[in-house]
Design a protein around this ligand. Structure first.
Ligand SMILES: C[S@@+](CC[C@H](N)C(=O)[O-])C[C@H]1O[C@@H](n2cnc3c(N)ncnc32)[C@H](O)[C@@H]1O
Length: 285
């Protein structure tokens, strides 16, 4: 099957336009400008649209408020949950990678009707995927090496009214956690991983995607239960291609249905699809 292009579709987010290394986006009612190195083209719109932005992330690593003072945190709804979006200095990321919504919806579909499926979300960031799974009754293990990301995820769990859901928030190195989990004999019906191309665990462990991903998928294969529903791999590495991910997943996982492609946002104005992430999905045959 050729590469697929999947696009986020939920009311609280819209890519409005992109170009000249930036994207113009709406999160809830708030319009932001964020840097986007893949936006090589000219924007489809001019000041009339870009002038509506309330904040822009600048080269100095700070957010500039462009209109009236904006509350630096607010809420958006996605996949039945309520998540907090925040503007923090030194990060253009706002707590949500909206382009990943097709995976969260697909995960919910794959888990629907199962009794307490076990879900492992590695490099889980602020918990959008974990909470999408919890929303349909999954028992979730969320692993991330960042304390603030884990705290933000717990906050999102409260905001979503999922305090009674089973979500284990683990501050850990994903690779080490997976090795231990195999020894403990734990298994999962769904695994998600969104590895950064480079990262460090809580004790300074270095993660380089090109060095670790093959062994990592080998480990993850052992963690899939006999009743596995899916594995979802995303990658933001500019030098990679979805075909590379397809090859890896096909080699490393049991016989099944493998699809791969890109997550690309569709703009409100103009025709430029905004490619953001490569992905590969596996489900049993
Ligand atoms: C969501 S992923 C990658 C996000 C996006 N794909 C990108 O590259 O910008 C980022 C998350 O991985 C976490 N992370 C990085 N290295 C890790 C490691 N070795 N073990 C667990 N989590 C890690 C970070 O704390 C962060 O929350």
């Amino acid at each position: 099957m050729g590469p697929l292009v999947l696009s986020a579709d939920f009311p609280d987010y819209q890519l409005l336009d992109s170009g000249r290394g930036r994207k113009l986006e709406r999160f809830g009612d708030v319009i932001l400008i964020r840097p986007e190195p893949k936006a090589w083209w000219r924007p489809a719109t001019g000041d009339e649209q870009w002038g509506r932005a309330q904040a822009a992330f600048q080269d100095n690593g700070k957010w500039k408020f462009l209109r009236k003072k904006l509350d630096p945190s607010w809420k958006v709804a996605v996949c039945g949950n309520t998540l907090e979006v925040r503007l923090t200095d030194m990060s253009k990321h706002v707590g949500l990678f909206p382009e990943q919504e097709p995976h969260w919806s697909w995960l919910q579909e794959r888990l629907q009707g199962r009794k307490e499926p076990r879900v492992l979300n590695l490099f889980g960031y602020t918990g959008a995927a974990s909470l999408a799974a919890a929303r349909v009754g999954a028992k979730v293990t969320h692993v991330d090496a960042s304390k603030p990301a884990i705290a933000w995820g717990k906050h999102n769990q409260q905001l979503s009214g999922l305090q009674d859901a089973t979500v284990r928030w683990l501050l850990d190195d994903a690779f080490k956690f997976v090795a231990r989990e195999i020894r403990r004999g734990n298994r999962y019906e769904a695994i998600l991983l969104d590895p950064p191309s480079f990262g460090r665990g809580p004790k300074g462990e270095v993660w380089k995607v090109e060095e670790h991903v093959v062994d990592f998928l080998d480990h993850l294969r052992k963690l899939l239960s006999d009743e596995a529903a899916c594995l979802i791999l995303t990658m933001y590495n500019l030098e990679a291609s979805s075909i590379m991910l397809h090859n890896l997943v096909q080699d490393m996982l049991p016989a099944g249905e493998v699809s791969s492609g890109e997550l690309a946002l569709l703009p409100k104005y103009g025709q430029h699809r905004m490619p953001l992430s490569l992905f590969c999905r596996w489900q049993p045959a």
